[in-house]
Design a protein around this ligand. Structure first.
Ligand SMILES: [Zn+2]
Length: 401
């Protein structure tokens, strides 16, 4: 039995017209466009206004609460992670966007500052990048397919010796958290020359070189105007504990070091928000590239009804070849469906216009055993995991009391 496999136009198939057949486009560009100077300005100004966010003190505590509430308002599951080390105690804040696996990609930054500084660039800028990533991704979480779980993590205790991040990494190691990549952002919003505006530093080690390379690709692909300068990573920020524990981590940093570093002058008016926006887009674009499965399946699946064929069937048994399909009694409908790229999501079976079965696993079978007479159309609709659909249909003469 051979029949043509009919590729279906969604518009012609009324019960499914609401289900799109479009293929996942590349949403990364759209997500990055949600990251604007205005958005970052709001985050950094808010963080600066807490005053110096010194670990263990009220302003740092309040900033942590602010971060928690922001993440939560975007619909994420959020948690405080309390830590203590020596004379210090504070909390990290983590929000999670689940992917297909619990292997994780981490975007992180410290939100504490030194006592003398409002900490706009160090590190309101990195913290704003983590918030912006969380917010932009939350608006596309139904459209994108994430292979990896994304963890948005903000640390305190950085200025006292990477205390919050050390605590986080040792707990991650203890719980066997599978971390694919770590993107740390610290001081990403300052320039003072044209050269500064055209470059960004990515500190990496041999094991994390691939992340730096990916960032360079992202810069070119999304026209961010940033040349990635790769330097060997040292212990200067929160990527370091991750490297120490063997994880693939990088640290994004401005190309021209902020002259107001750790001073009262580290304020938003001394930053270059246009540059800050481009570096933030670079970090977030790299994050998405790592975490997202690029599904490029534009091919419809293959589907065919294997049984019934052109036979006489009695009580589900094949009796004799016929010019048409004739069924007496019940019949088991058997369907073959394949999709090599994204896989079969489900097969739906219809008798005339009525859906009888929805099958998500092989074998795609259903016993048609209900009072039926004369001619009926049996249709199998297969749908792949990117929404492409195809159908096969037969007509059968049936007599079933
Ligand atoms: Zn810093």
């Amino acid at each position: 039995m051979k029949r043509l496999v009919v590729v279906l136009l969604a518009a012609l198939f009324i019960p499914f017209s609401s289900a799109s057949t479009h293929v996942n486009p590349d949403y990364t560009g759209e997500i990055l466009n949600l990251i604007t100077e205005e958005l970052l300005n709001g985050y950094i100004q808010t963080l600066q206004d807490f005053g110096p966010r010194v670990t263990g003190q009220q302003a740092c505590f309040d900033a942590g609460t602010y971060l928690y509430n922001e993440f939560q308002s975007y619909g994420y599951e959020v948690r405080f992670i309390n830590w203590s080390s020596g004379n210090y105690a504070d909390r990290n804040v983590e929000a999670v966007l689940p992917g297909a696996t619990n292997e994780s990609v981490i975007i992180c930054a410290h939100f504490d500052s030194v006592p003398t500084s409002p900490g706009a660039d160090d590190n309101g800028s990195g913290t704003a990048a983590v918030l912006a990533a969380a917010r932009a991704l939350s608006e596309y979480k139904d459209e994108i397919s994430l292979e990896y779980t994304i963890r948005f993590v903000t640390f305190s205790g950085e200025e006292e010796g990477l205390l919050g991040s050390y605590q986080y990494v040792s707990a991650a190691k203890e719980s066997d958290m599978n971390i694919v990549a770590v993107l740390n952002a610290d001081m990403i919003g300052y320039t003072h020359t044209e050269e500064g505006r055209e470059n960004v530093v990515v500190y990496r080690r041999d094991n994390s070189d691939w992340i730096a390379n990916m960032a360079a690709t992202v810069s070119a692909e999304y026209s961010l105007g940033l040349t990635v300068q790769e330097y060997s990573a040292g212990a200067s920020s929160d990527h370091w504990p991750f490297l120490q524990y063997g994880y693939d981590a990088v640290f994004f940093h401005e190309y021209e070091f902020n002259e107001y570093y750790h001073s009262e002058g580290d304020t938003i008016d001394h930053m270059d928000l246009e540059y800050d926006m481009r570096v933030t887009r670079l970090v977030v674009g790299t994050l998405i590239k790592i975490a997202e499965v690029e599904i490029t399946d534009t091919e419809p699946p293959e589907v065919s009804i294997e049984k019934p064929g052109n036979y006489l069937y009695i009580a589900d048994r094949e009796i004799a070849p016929m010019k048409n399909t004739v069924i007496i009694g019940k019949i088991t409908l058997q369907v073959q469906a394949h999709d090599t790229l994204s896989g079969i999501a489900r097969v739906e079976l219809y008798v005339d216009d009525e859906q009888k079965a929805e099958l998500t696993h092989e074998p795609y079978e259903w016993v048609w055993d209900e009072p039926s007479f004369f001619m009926h159309t049996v249709t199998a609709v297969a749908r792949d995991n990117t929404g492409n659909i195809a159908e096969d249909a037969i007509t059968a003469m049936i007599f079933n009391l």
